[in-house]
Structures are given as structure tokens and as C-alpha cells.
Ligand binder design. Structure first.
Ligand SMILES: C[S@@+](CC[C@H](N)C(=O)[O-])C[C@H]1O[C@@H](n2cnc3c(N)ncnc32)[C@H](O)[C@@H]1O
Length: 417
């Protein structure tokens, strides 16, 4: 571990949102405080780096563990939201970015009449192995493809011949049907072979691609479930306020898995995709996909992916952010507090565990030094006093380790992302 990870700076438009929430939600304020402590703690950085390294080295057994974990999250999602048990008359499910296939398996379990159409990244492009049974004789049909490359679906048919991946775009518009339930669970993994020119915008491209495919296929009254990162960032606030207008919206966050991250699921029931605002949003997402996929070259011919954009755009975003949070802030707090509470509790538990471990190693060191005749006074590490050890701390530490294994998710990215 060369250097400590630093908390990423929030953009001015995101800062407007967090200031509003910090003033009005004690849960959110506590979460921000503990997040800052974690971000600035060297032991936490090292802990996350170890987790990331072991996730990156995941073997087939671990990947099977990931599949089982996703099925468990599916069970929890069903318990909390009832979204996976479709009425008898409803039977079509679209699972975007489905591998390893935990949610598809959960649908087969809770909606035995349902058929699942799924799209997921091929393994040879860094996608995950599919564990759920699919193909002939099953209710699951899988298309292996990169969903960010369906250019015709996103409104582009004239691909510039000079584009570095010109031949990889597809004119296919897959699964053009109406679905009762759509999952958008895409996540760009560190181990994915994303060409370097795509790296800066890949997660935007993935989000837009999923949203367009989902919104154009969800039936009136259907349910759309989407993984999001951060309820307190401008681009998600825009999305959430849209879904609050065109659906009955809930948030779901598993109590254990990913608890330390800011990720959560938007669960949008009774969708009304035909509303004018929904159609306008699809047009906007198509433009965003296009801008991110075919950035305009600068005068010297180089391509610059610059999120900062022009000053007027920045001013516009800040104004929009203020208006949105004034209008939607109270609702966001109502929906967000339960998920912030889960993340706050998990980060606090992590810090307590790291404190205990420091205390234990402090004791070991003290024993060593006292054997050499030195004074075993408590010392400090990263500004935190190492407390004397006792057996109850050791027991708590063992209990924590068990909890960590329950939290383990092979292939998952670390906590500080
Ligand atoms: C968190 S996993 C999804 C887990 C899944 N919902 C389940 O229940 O097992 C994220 C998935 O997104 C996929 N993915 C990422 N980028 C993609 C892309 N461009 N096209 C298709 N799938 C993609 C990954 O390969 C991975 O399978």
C-alpha cells in the first residue's frame, strides 16, 4: 500500500445536494462524518485494498459464491419489495447485465410462470460466467453482447469509420417486446477489458444504455429495478425525481451485502413509460450516449473526454441542482434515510473492528517490548489510541470476521469507490 486513498472531491452541484441533506437529515450527516473518517484512515485503505485484491483473484469457487450471494440478495429483495413475484398473468422479464444470473434464478423461483430474456457481457470481453441454467429446455434465453454497443437502438447508424471500434457496433435492437419486469444491474468491473479510450465515460455509457433499453421495453404498469451508486449525486437526483413522477418509487439496500458502499436499488413499480417526460428522458439519454461514445475531436485532432465542460454548463448544472433538491429534497430524505442508516452502521462497525485489531496488535507489541524490559504504555496509530486488549475484544473480532465472510462478494469492487 503506497499511499492512502483520499475522499474524492464532490463537484459543486453534488456539494449543493450534500449541504442540503446535512442540514436536514441527522442520519445523512452522521454518514458523511463516518465516511470522512473511513476515507482518511490508513488501516481502512489497506483493508479495502486487500478486499479488492482478493476479489480480483477470485477463482471459479468464489464466482459460484457470487452467484449464491446474488440469489440471497434476490430473496431479500423479494422479502422487502415483493417485486420478484409477478402476478400469474405477467410472465416476461428482461435481465440486463445478468451474469452470474442470481436475479434470473430468483425470478424462476418466485415467478414459476415467467420467461427471462437476458443480455450480458461475453466472458471473452471480461464478462462474468453464467451460472444459471439457460438455453433450450429452460425458461431463460441469454444474448451475450456488450449492451453499450447497440448503436442503432441508441439512434446512431452512421458510425465514423475512424472510430477505434467502428466494426464492433451493432445494428441489432434486441428483445423488442414489452416486459413486466426489467432489471438493470450493470456494473463495470475493474477486471473488465474496457479499451482505455472508453474508460473515462464507460459507467455513463453503461447507465444510459441500460436506461434506454429498459424504458423502451417496460410495459405500462411494469416494474423497473436499477442499481445506482449514491442517492446524493446530481445525475442520480435527476433520475430519481423523474422516476418519482412516472412510477411508485422505493429504495432497496441489502442489509449486509455491499452495506459499506453507497449503492442501492431503485425499485420503480407501476411504470408509465408513455409519459412525455419519460420519452424526453430517453431522447436525453440517447444524446448522452452519443456524446460519450463519439466525443468531438478538438482543433488539434485529439479526443478529450472532459466532464467539466464549459462554464455556462457548470452554472446551469448548479442552478438545476439547487432547484431539484429544493423540490425533491424532503422526499429524498424520506426514501434515503433507511439506506444511509445501513451504510452508516456498516462503516461504524468497520472502524470499530479496525480499532479492535489495532488494540490487539498493540498488545502483542507491548508484550514483546515488555519482555525486552520496555514500558508497555498505550501508543497511538494514525491518531487513534491503541487500547489494552482483553478477551471480550478478541471474541468480538472473531464474530466480526464471520460477518465479513457473509459480506464477501467475489468480483465485487472494494468499499471506497
Ligand atoms: C453486479 S453484476 C450483475 C449480477 C446479476 N444481476 C446477478 O443477479 O447475478 C454486473 C454485471 O454487469 C455486466 N456488464 C458490465 N458491463 C456490461 C456491458 N457493457 N454489457 C453487458 N453486460 C455488462 C458484468 O459483466 C456483470 O455480469
Amino acid at each position: 500500500m503506497d499511499e492512502i486513498s483520499r475522499e474524492p472531491e464532490r463537484s459543486p452541484e453534488d456539494q449543493i445536494i450534500s449541504s442540503f441533506l446535512e442540514e436536514r437529515s441527522p442520519t445523512y450527516r452522521d454518514l458523511r462524518e463516518i465516511s470522512t473518517i473511513v476515507w482518511n484512515d490508513l488501516r481502512a485503505s489497506e483493508h479495502f485494498a486487500r478486499e479488492r485484491a482478493s476479489a480480483d483473484e477470485a477463482n471459479d469457487e468464489d464466482r459460484g459464491g457470487h452467484y449464491n450471494l446474488m440469489r440471497h440478495i434476490g430473496d431479500e429483495m423479494q422479502r422487502e419489495t415483493r417485486a420478484l413475484e409477478l402476478q400469474r398473468s405477467k410472465n416476461k422479464v428482461l435481465d440486463l447485465c445478468m451474469a452470474p444470473g442470481g436475479y434470473t434464478a430468483s425470478i424462476c423461483k418466485y415467478s414459476p410462470q415467467a420467461n427471462v430474456s437476458a443480455i450480458t457481457l461475453p466472458e471473452d470481453q471480461g464478462g462474468l460466467r453464467i451460472f444459471v441454467r439457460h438455453g433450450n429446455g429452460t425458461r431463460v434465453e441469454v444474448l451475450e453482447a456488450d449492451i453499450t454497443m447497440f448503436a442503432a437502438e441508441f439512434g446512431v447508424t452512421d458510425i465514423p469509420a475512424t472510430h477505434p471500434e467502428a466494426s464492433k457496433f451493432s445494428n441489432e435492437c434486441p428483445f423488442q417486446e414489452q416486459f413486466d419486469l426489467v432489471f438493470c444491474d450493470g456494473h463495470v468491473a475493474r477486471t473488465q477489458n474496457v479499451p482505455s479510450y472508453r474508460e473515462p465515460t464507460e459507467s455513463f455509457r453503461l447507465t444510459c444504455s441500460q436506461l434506454i433499453l429498459a424504458m423502451l421495453r417496460i410495459g405500462q404498469g411494469g416494474t423497473l429495478i436499477m442499481l445506482l451508486h449514491g442517492a446524493d449525486v446530481y445525475h442520480n437526483l435527476k433520475l430519481l425525481s423523474l422516476f418519482d413522477t412516472i412510477s411508485r418509487m422505493h429504495f432497496f439496500k441489502p442489509a449486509k451485502a455491499h452495506a459499506r458502499k453507497d449503492s442501492f436499488y431503485l425499485v420503480a413499480k407501476d411504470m408509465q413509460p408513455g409519459r412525455r417526460v419519460a420519452r424526453a428522458a430517453v431522447a436525453e439519454w440517447k444524446q448522452t450516449w452519443k456524446d460519450a461514445t463519439f466525443p468531438a475531436p478538438t482543433d488539434d485532432g485529439t479526443i478529450v473526454h472532459d466532464e467539466a465542460e464549459s462554464l455556462p454548463k457548470q452554472v446551469e448544472r448548479e442552478k438545476d441542482s439547487s432547484e431539484l433538491i429544493e423540490k425533491f429534497g424532503a422526499r429524498l430524505i424520506e426514501l434515503g434515510e433507511p439506506i444511509w442508516e445501513i451504510q452508516r452502521g456498516a462503516l461504524k462497525a468497520l472502524m470499530e473492528k479496525l480499532e479492535r485489531e489495532s488494540a490487539e496488535s498493540g498488545l502483542e507489541e507491548s508484550v514483546e517490548t515488555s519482555e525486552e524490559g520496555a514500558n508497555p504504555e498505550p501508543t497511538t496509530l494514525n491518531g487513534l489510541t491503541r487500547a489494552p486488549n482483553d478477551s471480550s475484544q478478541l471474541e468480538a473480532s472473531v464474530a466480526d470476521t464471520l460477518e465479513e465472510s457473509a459480506n464477501f462478494e467475489a468480483g465485487a469492487t472494494g468499499g471506497q469507490e
